[in-house]
Design a binder for this molecule. Structure first.
Ligand SMILES: [Ca+2]
Length: 232
């Protein structure tokens, strides 16, 4: 498993963060073989092992593919007793590890298109609250280094971008993370360690199976060769 993480860079200090939760949608949303899922966490989860998305949409391609049906798209935590739901003014609510829990893993299980395309691109948008602005950057860096991707099959993945999109002085922030996974899995589970003190208000995940240009296929093959040489 290969992982490349980029350092977060703050690109915008916004006066009001919370006006738009879907703050940085990928331009490829709605394209062939894409899916999108949104979690608002605006009411206490009935089952912490299976939190269905508030919105899910899947767009097919040529008709030769089908949506993976082994599980439904959902979020799940490692230990339900480590979590609590809390109301948020004007934002419904969010979920956070309880004091003393030490934090816990939060996993997003994504149904995806079973197709023959070589790789998958993913954008994860997070809106949350972290009270200490001076530690926002290191906290998110730790979070992205904790990310793990499993799926069928997932042999390689890398982080292609990670940015704090906006934050404000009350602790609200928005950040996004881009991943590339290959070979393209039929489903994937994306897990991240959520520390105590981090309130997750909303998560938006987009994925798309990429139909590459021939030049890009050559680059991918070259990359594969170089990886193999490194191992040898
Ligand atoms: Ca919310």
């Amino acid at each position: 498993m290969k992982k490349l993480a980029l350092v977060f860079m703050t690109i915008l200090l916004a006066a009001t963060v919370v006006s738009a939760d879907d703050f940085y949608p990928p331009e490829w949303r709605g394209g062939p073989l894409s899916v999108e899922a949104e979690w608002d966490f605006d009411s206490p989860p009935a089952n912490w092992y299976y939190i269905p998305p508030d919105y899910f949409n899947a767009v097919g391609g040529s008709g030769n593919e089908y949506l993976y049906s082994g599980f439904g798209t959902h979020a799940e935590v490692g230990y339900p007793t480590s979590w609590m739901w809390q109301p948020l003014i004007d934002q419904g609510g969010g979920i956070t590890p309880v004091d003393g829990s030490g934090g816990d893993y939060l996993t997003f299980a994504m149904q995806n298109w079973v197709d023959m395309e070589p790789w998958k691109d993913v954008r994860i948008q997070i809106t949350g609250i972290w009270q200490d602005i001076t530690t926002l950057d290191p906290m998110l860096n730790e979070l992205i280094f904790s990310i793990d991707v499993v799926g069928s099959p997932v042999e390689n993945w890398m982080m292609t971008d990670a940015q704090i999109f906006a934050y404000d002085m009350t602790g609200w922030f928005q950040a996004y993370i881009d991943l590339r996974i290959w070979p393209n899995p039929d489903w994937e589970k994306i897990a991240a360690f959520i520390p105590e003190g981090l309130i997750i208000d909303q998560v938006y995940i987009d994925t798309i199976s990429i139909i590459p240009e021939p030049a890009t296929i050559a680059l991918l093959c070259l990359g594969g060769l170089m990886l193999r040489r490194k191992k040898a």
